[in-house]
Design a protein around this ligand. Structure first.
Ligand code: ADP
Ligand code: MG
Length: 599
């Protein structure tokens, strides 16, 4: 007897279903996408027992016509695509027509739907792919889908589910993404009986960010709007004070679809170069729209990956939009009074212990907790938290032009403290400048400027340093030899895989030439995105940092003045290349307040 069996239809359906429906999160994703495609303004999601007991998605969209109800559950049934040509221009989220058939194959599914044009609605039940009821019912306009006993007939799949809490939390982050992606839609999410997320659908992305991530982040947000060559980028990015150790807060949408995309991540991170520390990642929520034929969304079965036709154009557009937004923002740190509590003499028993003085930016990694808040608290907090920067926090210090050559002549150098900080006075403000950060910043900017103007002074290495490269490295070197020369390197072949480094950029002289060169090469062979010098920002930052003077060096007043002047003449003097601030400031008024001269 032969060994080959032809699988029956039910088995085939279950296997296919497993590819679309992996876990509760994927069910929710498909159902919510359907609701969005149906033009819903209100979508509510409920989950019980991590989704294995119940997943409910209700929308107020256009509903499914009675004659379409059964079809909607057939494999490859879709109202969104009729020919292969449509694939290039499709704008709806779903189009494979697999979701409802797959979900109903592995659960007990119930659908209640009503179109505006119909008098009554339809209730349709289907269990493990088999229809069990179809009846007319009274129903509000829109669609509700109830998915019960998920994977009841595929125990192998069920075994792979994580705890209810873990599955629930995956759904909760998914719904946050949807909420961020569609500020015009109101989302309500209930998991295990608890209201997890609620948005108003009033179109205000900043408000959604506030509701999802809380006040700490929302008060650091900067709006971003940019367009170029038919592409448009909009959303919010947080100032460099908000950092993460991974990419979890880099959120992107391409033509409305949440995506994980390497090009977009790299581009934004590069946009932050000079603002963020190494190995830290920014908070961005950005939505990119571009013509449907310039992006392939069909790369990944769950459509979370995309491929851009003009990868380099997208990269450079996103990178410069982010970096322009950051440089446009006035990032100098104003010390807020509530962060300082002056030391007071203890006068009585019930006097509270004075809090230690908290110096802001000791660590720029402000940990942030997701904050869930009540409606009332939200309303109360909103006005302050969503207006950034407030005038109180950002007076017209800059329009007065601290950072012009003229201003440089007008400051008064007060002195140095702790061999590390310089104090200067300017127009009723006291600035405290961190010597190390300032030096780093100045070196970094010199390098970057030299790079732009192709005028990086070189320093000869005598004797030359001989390095041996592997094939990827020598390939990268051949490809980018000119870039290295522009950087101030002088490199010559020296036998088979060996090269002689005869000169290095002079601002970096004194570093391990070999290590520096090799790490740059690795960086470049690692990325296909080296279309301009942008990818090198990160590396330069590290190198400038290494070469910069350390704190604890006493500088003469003349040296200090020269550095301050150079710092203040920079376009963006407020942060060192790693994102640490180079200066903080107090107004005269704030000092008076601290000394209780005024209240
Ligand atoms: P796809 O979304 O890829 O078309 P689905 O299996 O997810 O495939 O859905 C099949 C069809 O059912 C959709 O094309 C749509 O016409 C209809 N449909 C599904 N969900 C909804 C909904 N919430 N509101 C209106 N129509 C829906
Ligand atoms: Mg769908």
């Amino acid at each position: 007897m032969g060994l080959i069996n032809i699988l029956d239809k039910a088995t085939i359906d279950k296997i296919a279903a497993g590819e679309v429906v992996e876990k509760p999160e994927s069910v929710v994703k498909e159902l919510v996408e359907n609701a969005i495609d149906a033009g819903a303004g209100h979508i509510s999601v409920e989950l019980r027992s991590g989704g294995t007991e119940l997943i409910r998605v209700t929308d107020d969209g256009r509903g499914i016509a009675p004659e379409d109800v059964r079809n909607a559950f057939m494999p490859h049934a879709t109202s969104k695509l009729s020919a292969i040509e449509d694939l290039l221009t499709i704008n709806s989220l779903g189009f494979r027509g697999e979701a409802l058939s797959s979900i109903s194959a592995v659960s007990m599914t119930e659908l209640i739907t009503k179109c505006p044009s119909e008098v009554t609605g339809v209730r349709f039940c289907i269990e493990g792919g088999v229809e069990t009821c179809y009846e007319e019912v009274g129903a509000p306009e829109g669609t509700t889908i109830l998915v019960r006993s998920l994977f009841y007939n595929t125990p192998a799949r069920k075994k792979f589910l994580k705890s209810a809490a873990a599955e629930g939390s995956a759904v909760s982050s998914l719904m946050e993404q949807f909420a961020l992606s569609y500020p015009d839609i109101s989302f309500q999410v209930k998991i295990g009986g608890k209201d997890i997320l609620s948005t108003t659908g009033n179109g205000d992305l900043r408000e959604v960010i506030y509701r999802v991530y809380g006040r700490e982040i929302s008060k650091e947000l900067m709006p971003l709007e940019a367009s170029r060559d038919g592409m448009r980028l909009s959303g919010y990015i947080a100032g460099p004070v908000i950092v993460r150790k991974n990419r979890s807060m880099e959120i992107f949408f391409v033509n409305g679809r949440p995506v994980h995309d390497r090009v977009l991540c790299r581009a934004s991170e590069d946009g932050y170069a000079g603002f963020l520390m190494q190995h830290s990642f920014p908070f961005v929520v950005l939505s990119l729209t571009l013509p449907g034929d310039e992006v392939d969304v069909n790369v990944h079965p769950r459509k979370s990956e995309v491929r851009f036709m003009e990868e380099n154009a997208v990269f450079s557009f996103v990178r410069s939009a982010v970096s322009d937004t950051l440089s446009g923002a006035q990032l100098i740190r104003r010390v807020r009074l509530e962060e300082f509590t002056p030391f007071m003499e203890k006068t009585g028993e019930d006097e509270p212990e004075p809090e230690p003085v908290k110096i802001p930016y000791v660590s720029p990694a402000l940990p942030f907790e997701k904050k869930r808040i009540s409606e009332e608290a939200f309303r109360e907090e909103l006005p302050e938290s969503v207006s950034f920067p407030t005038e109180e926090e950002q007076p017209d210090f800059f329009s007065e032009g601290l950072l012009t050559r003229k201003a440089v002549d007008e400051y008064r150098f007060v002195g140095q403290v702790f061999k590390t900080f310089w104090v200067i006075e300017y127009h009723g403000e006291m600035l405290i400048i961190d010597q190390h950060a300032a030096h780093e910043k100045v070196k970094y900017e010199r390098l970057m400027k030299g790079l732009k103007e192709r005028k990086i002074p070189s320093q000869l290495c005598a004797p030359p340093v001989i390095v041996t490269l592997n094939s990827a490295q020598s390939h990268a070197l051949k490809e980018y030899l000119k870039a290295f020369t522009d950087l101030g390197f002088e490199i010559e072949p020296f036998g088979e895989n060996d090269y002689a480094i005869r000169a290095v950029p002079s601002d970096l002289y004194g570093l391990e030439e070999e290590e520096l060169f090799i790490s740059l090469l690795d960086e470049m062979s690692d990325t296909r995105l080296y279309s301009d010098i942008s990818v090198l920002h990160d590396r330069l930052a590290t190198m400038a940092c290494k070469a910069a003077v350390k704190g604890n060096t006493v500088l003469s007043e003349a040296e200090a003045r020269a550095l301050i002047e150079e710092l203040l003449s920079l376009e963006q003097p407020y942060n060192c290349p790693h994102g640490r601030p180079t200066m903080i400031r107090f107004s005269e008024r704030e000092l008076e307040k601290l000394f209780k001269r005024i209240v």
